[in-house]
Design a protein around this ligand. Structure first.
Ligand code: PXP
Length: 379
């Protein structure tokens, strides 16, 4: 990753947010190929840096060190203590002030200098204003869409009516999720047609329908009209989706499915492994999005393999974004391995299911037992 954001500040900071902002800013100024280091610290440390390098023994809000190398843009050091005071004066939040300071430092690295003349100061301020406006117009953080198939799996175990994935989807939305995902499988092992039809009526955010590219499914999707369809490969014997879709190998049939969904007014995402030829094929067949299959990364058995898979996802997310595809990611992501991917600014949406429903069982079990104890024992 070309952006490294670190902090030794006494309080925790949302570093993933700043990392995504920096990646986005580098893209906006066409410097994505260059490394940028951002370091958040306090007044005391920035004072000693200011004294050591510029002979100014006082704290300041931001110092930029230009590297002037083809592959490294430079370093930006920011005092969070200063940012806090300035946020109060400027009636803004500390987080926003810190982003403004990152932009200020970056614009310095691009060669602007407000201390040279009034004209330069105005030019620098204008550049900062433009970057800030363009950055904040975007949704910097990725969306989280939640797959509720696993709620339906528990219901289907008894063949009854509870727990209902439609009710679960409502709770998921109230908790702040950006979308609901369901996979209507050919064998209807969890989500049923009734669920998708009801969800179409109740979901207030976005409804993603995962499905195989079959005639039956295309007909159902064309009728129900989810907000987006994600085409996935499907095998009857598998426990869950195993590999990505072979868009390259099945190019003409996938293209036909994409066209038919487009005719019904439904945008299409293709669930693919992080491989260049699959992404190129996804672009050729006219999909709007890809969902990068994160299974190999999530299931890696050692740190070295995980690092390798991570780098491949970073590379392919950039590649897909450069060819004009929206990039989603998902499968097998857990609480301990998602943060690293969340910092990749090209990934604009995560689709996560199993680990969230698993945690819901664990964090909800205590209350569920107590509720039944009240009934059985009156306590
Ligand atoms: N994305 C796709 C295409 C999937 O098939 C699944 C599993 O249904 C997920 C994301 C979510 O995976 P998990 O349940 O492992 O979080």
């Amino acid at each position: 990753m070309p952006v490294f954001v670190k902090s030794n500040y006494k309080e925790p900071l949302p570093l993933i947010y700043f990392e995504r902002c920096c990646n986005e800013l580098l893209r906006l100024v066409n410097r994505s190929h260059q490394e940028l280091n951002v370091f958040f610290t306090d007044d005391e440390e920035i004072k000693s840096i200011n004294e050591k390098w510029f002979n100014r023994p006082w704290p300041t809000n931001c110092i930029s060190f230009s590297m002037d190398e083809s592959d490294v843009l430079g370093d930006i050091v920011i005092s969070v203590d200063r940012a806090k005071k300035e946020a109060e004066l400027g009636i803004t939040t500390v987080k926003i002030r810190l982003v403004e300071l990152v932009i200020h430092g970056l614009v310095h690295l691009l060669g602007f200098d407000h201390e040279l003349s009034e004209e330069e100061r105005m030019a620098m301020e204008q550049e900062e204003f433009i970057l800030k406006t363009r950055l904040f117009r975007r949704n910097v953080m990725a969306d989280l869409c939640i797959n509720v198939d696993h709620v339906a799996t528990i219901r289907q175990a008894r063949g009854g009516t509870e727990p209902d994935p439609v009710v679960a989807a409502g709770i998921v939305e109230l908790a702040g999720a950006d979308g609901i995902v369901v996979h209507l499988r050919e064998d209807r092992r969890h989500i049923q047609d009734r669920d998708v039809r009801l969800l179409r009526q109740t979901v207030q955010t976005r409804l993603t329908l995962e499905m195989a590219a079959t005639d039956e499914m295309i007909k159902i999707a064309s009728e129900i009209k989810p907000d987006i369809v994600t085409l996935v490969p499907e095998k009857r014997q598998e426990l869950t989706t195993e590999g990505g879709l072979d868009v390259k190998g099945l190019e003409s049939s996938i293209k036909d499915a994409v066209n038919r969904l487009h005719d019904a007014g439904i945008p299409v995402s293709l669930f693919v492994d992080p491989e260049e030829d699959q992404i190129e094929a996804s672009s050729r067949v006219g999909a709007e999005c890809i969902e990068i299959h994160t299974g190999r990364y999530a299931d890696a058995e050692d740190a070295e393999t995980q690092d390798r898979e991570f780098e491949q996802i970073v590379k392919m997310a950039k590649f897909a974004s450069d060819v004009g595809l929206r990039v989603h990611a998902g499968h097998g992501l857990k609480y301990h391995n998602t943060a690293r991917l969340a910092a990749i600014s090209e990934i604009v949406e995560f689709s996560i299911g199993h680990s969230i429903i698993s945690r819901a069982v664990m964090v909800g079990l205590d209350k569920a037992v107590r509720d039944m104890l009240k009934i059985v024992k009156g306590m």
